[in-house]
Design a protein around this ligand. Sequence first.
Ligand code: FES
Length: 582
Amino acid sequence: MSQSDKKSGAPAKGLHKGLTSYGDAGFSLFLRKAFIKGAGYTDDALNRPIIGIANTGSAFNPCHGNAPQLIEAVKRGVMLAGGMPMEFPTISIHESFAAPTSMYLRNLMAMDTEEMIRAQPMDAVVLIGGCDKTVPAQLMGAASAGIPAIELVTGSMLTGSHRSEQVGACTDCRRFWGKYRAQEIDAEEIADVNNQLVASVGTCSVMGTASTMACIAEALGIMLPGGASPPAVTADRIRIAERTGTTAVAMARSGLTPDKILTGKAFENALRVLLAIGGSTNGIVHLTAMAGRLGIEIDLAQLDAMGAQTPVLLDLKPSGQHYMEDFHKAGGLATVLRELKPLLHLDALTVTGRTLGEELELAGPGFKQDVVRPFANPIFPQGGIAVLKGNLAPGGAIIKQSAANATLMESEGRAVVFEDIEDMAARIDSDDLDVKADDFLVLKNIGPKGAPGMPEAGYLPIPLKLARQGVKDMVRISDGRMSGTAAGTIVLHVTPESAIGGPLAQVRSGDRIRLSVSQREISLLVSEAELAERIRKNPITPPTAERGYRKLFLQAVTQADQGADFDFLRPANFTEKVPRPR
Ligand code: FES
């Protein structure tokens, strides 16, 4: 026997899957069994459905610090359901431990996940992710690998307390660092805060990218209902892990593959949730990449229209006040889904084999709480993210309007331009920098190819001399991303990026720029003739590399509007476009 049972023609299962090529299938299986028996397994164990568990535990990834406990619980769940758990390592990426930026490695992790799922004999896979890029990477890989897959996130960290004030990473990290830069707090206090911001293992405690992707995975139906919100160190998180293992065995038996769950309807549900939770802007890039693997295109114009019908309901930092642990106590994502019910596709299938609507019924009626607002009384009347267009961003740009300043969102200003991150670092705190509070800070060359890897440098610091005067926000424009934990009037993902010759490359200090979020406009107020002349005099050569992953990355990475996935990992044909107009 090899990839399929020779007599029945049925697909191969368990250890029979994906035999190593020795030219003799019987010998390949014989050899495989001989080696695995060296680890003490019995035939009884090896004849059960094999559930792979992607272990992303790493000393360099404290957001995954509870991976050993989760793996133990997943294994328990798998065995309770009669399956055989097999843990295997993949790349793990932590935001603060990945240079030049975690996004540079997301596609590498997606390839690692896809190929190790495909190469090793498993009937279903449990993906343990958490920190920002890990969940999209795993779901991109699993969508392409095509075997039953279920996501399990590590869960959020606990909040800490600084001088009686509740604090958590990383909105408060930025807030306190801003105070320190403005000399409002001293070195001793910033060191004290540093001890309290991350009070346990787990992912960031606000609606940053990790929490956003956890909610998105649950909304997509590729994670257990209720799986997004339990904090990392709670019993609820461990129970979810056990049930994830049990569910994975059922999925292996029923053949519930990702394409049956990750449909156009599921992505519409996820986009709706992204808007209603005030989710990270990174969620759009990741959802675009994930949907792309299944031949589904995200229509940014329609996403913007969806935003007009979808208020922000979740009162969590950075758009609101609370933290993930409060969200969990308030009932988790089901509380948001209940409010959005008339706008959701309730017939979308989930990992349990039941529909989203059936799961919502099972979750019960909810209870009184103050973290998720009723639809009629939102914390922001429209979706958190708006899509901008204009001659500065012909392919689009985005702004997290729920975390921006209302006055600045309708303004015109003088550009103060930084050519790249190094230029910004060298000049932004200089007393000689010609900058005023109503100027627009522009940073080039931090797009997918620019830095490379589209780093989260779009949250430009307020120039020191203005910070000292008490300036807290300015319009900032770039082709990069920003952390979901950050807030401010920040235009991101300007497409096409400057490094491949997008109009952003031609902006000069002193140019006027107009931002009108109500009109969805980002315009460079320079004549077409002048712009054409600048392009002629200043042609842009896209960056290249001599060798290695960097060479592959620079050759293959797509723009933000295509999810910054590698072009060769996306399908040749796209069959669906979401969200559909309503
Ligand atoms: Fe890992 Fe924020 S750094 S989730």
